[in-house]
Write a protein that binds this ligand. Structure first.
Ligand code: GCU
Length: 355
C-alpha cells in the first residue's frame, strides 16, 4: 500500500513539479503574479498531511491569506510532491519555489554552521533544546549563514528526538548495532555518528526508506516516533529503542530575494506567520507523538525499548570537541547551548525514555 502511495506521489510529483516550475496555470517563478495581482507563494515539505508540520503550514497559509489575501496566494505542497528535501532546498535557493521545510541535517551540506545542531547528544533535555532554539543569539548567526547562497531560515520546527528502530534486532547497547545497515540522513555528521556507534551507515532520502526497509536493503533506521506511523515504518520495524541520540530541528527556509523584496509591512505579517508555524507545530507535536506511540504499539506491534543511553552518549561525545576544533567560530554558540543544558538538565523520563 505504502509503495503504491509512494509511486503515485512520485508520478504526481513529476507532473506537478513541471507544472509548478513551468508556470502552467499562468504562474512561473516564485515572485510571479498569480490571479490578477496576487503573488503566488509556494511551500514544499516532505511530511504527510496528518503531520504537525503540514497542519502548521496550513495555519500559515490561512494567516497570510487572512491578513494579506489581496496580495498573496499561498499553496502548501506536502509529501515530497516537489521533490526530496535536497531538491526543495535547491528550488528555494533559485527562487523556483519560495519556502520549504528541510531537516537541519540536509542544511549541513549547504553551510557548515548547521553542523552544530546535528551533533549527537548536543542538548541535555527537550527543555534545553527548545530554549536554545528559541534564543536568537544561538540561532540567528546560523540561520543567516546561507544568505549568500540564496536562502535563509525563517523559523525552526520541532522534530522530537531521534532513536534507532530495526526490523528484527532489539538495540539495547551500541554493540547491538554492529553489522546492521542503518539508514541515516545525507549528512557527514550522521554518517560519522553511525560509524562510531558500530553500525553501517546507509545515507538515503526520507522517501526511499520505507521501500528499503521492506526490501531488506537496510536493517533499520533512526527517527522520531512519527516515522513509524505517518510514514509506515512501524509496519516493517518491530523494535524502537530510546537511545535519544539527536534532537535535530527542521528548518523553514525562504528564498532570500523573495523575502528581501517584500515591503516592511508585509514582511512583518510574514514574520508573525513564521512564529505561528513554530507555535502550532509545537502544540500539535506532543499529542501527535503520543498518538503515534499508541498506534505503533497497539496496531503495528512495535516494541518500545528503554536502554541505558550513557554508553551511546560516551561513544559520540568526542564529536563535540572535533567540531569546535574544525569550526572555532561555532564555539560561542556551543557554549551558549551548554548554559541551557545546565539550566535544564536531563530528566529521568526524558522523551518517554524511562531510564
Ligand atoms: C524527520 C524530519 C524530516 C526528515 C526526516 C528524515 O521526519 O522531520 O525533516 O526529512 O526525519 O529522516 O529524513
Amino acid at each position: 500500500m505504502k509503495r503504491l502511495q509512494r509511486a503515485f506521489a512520485l508520478a504526481v510529483s513529476g507532473v506537478l513539479l513541471t507544472a509548478v516550475l513551468t508556470g502552467c496555470g499562468g504562474n512561473s517563478a516564485a515572485s510571479d503574479q498569480g490571479d490578477g495581482e496576487r503573488t503566488i507563494v509556494r511551500i514544499g515539505h516532505n511530511q504527510a498531511t496528518d503531520h504537525p508540520t503540514h497542519i502548521a503550514l496550513l495555519a500559515f497559509e490561512d494567516y497570510i491569506e487572512d491578513k494579506l489575501g489581496d496580495k498573496y496566494d499561498v499553496t502548501v505542497y506536502p509529501s515530497e510532491l516537489l521533490g526530496s528535501q535536497t531538491d526543495m532546498v535547491q528550488l528555494t535557493q533559485t527562487g523556483a519555489i519560495d519556502f520549504c521545510v528541510a531537516s537541519n541535517s540536509i542544511l549541513e551540506t549547504f553551510s557548515n554552521d548547521y553542523t552544530l545542531f546535528n551533533l549527537p547528544y548536543l542538548f541535555a533535555s527537550s527543555e534545553a533544546y527548545h530554549a536554545a532554539m528559541d534564543d536568537p543569539d544561538i540561532t540567528d548567526p546560523i540561520f543567516a549563514s546561507t544568505k549568500k547562497a540564496g536562502f535563509e531560515a525563517v523559523t525552526w520546527i520541532d522534530a522530537g528526538t531521534r532513536n534507532f528502530y530495526t526490523v528484527s534486532t532489539p538495540i539495547e547497547t551500541p554493540a547491538d548495532l554492529k553489522g546492521l545497515k542503518i539508514r541515516v540522513q545525507q549528512s557527514p555528521t550522521n554518517v560519522e555518528m553511525m560509524s562510531r556507534l558500530g553500525g553501517s551507515a546507509t545515507p538515503m532520502g526520507f522517501g526511499d526508506v520505507y521501500t528499503a526497509l521492506q526490501a531488506k536493503v537496510i536493517d533499520g533506521a533512526e527517527n522520531n516516533e512519527m516515522a513509524l506511523t505517518s510514514n509506515g515504518h512501524g509496519d516493517v520495524c518491530k523494535y524502537y529503542s530510546y537511545d535519544m541520540h539527536q534532537m535535530i530541528p527542521d528548518i523553514l527556509i525562504g528564498n532570500r530575494i523573495f523575502l528581501d523584496e517584500m515591503s516592511a509591512e508585509d514582511r512583518a505579517v510574514f514574520e508573525e506567520g513564521f512564529a505561528l508555524v513554530n507555535r502550532i507545530e509545537r502544540e500539535e507535536w506532543t499529542e501527535a507523538v503520543e498518538k503515534a506511540k499508541k498506534k505503533a504499539e497497539e496496531e503495528q506491534g512495535v516494541k518500545f525499548l528503554y536502554p541505558d543511553t550513557k554508553p551511546f552518549q560516551e561513544i559520540c561525545m568526542p564529536m563535540h570537541q572535533s567540531l569546535i576544533e574544525q569550526y572555532p567560530d561555532l564555539e560561542p554558540i556551543y557554549e551558549g547551548i551548554q548554559m541551557y543544558n545546565k539550566r535544564y538538565p536531563a530528566q529521568a523520563a526524558e522523551g518517554g525514555a524511562e531510564q
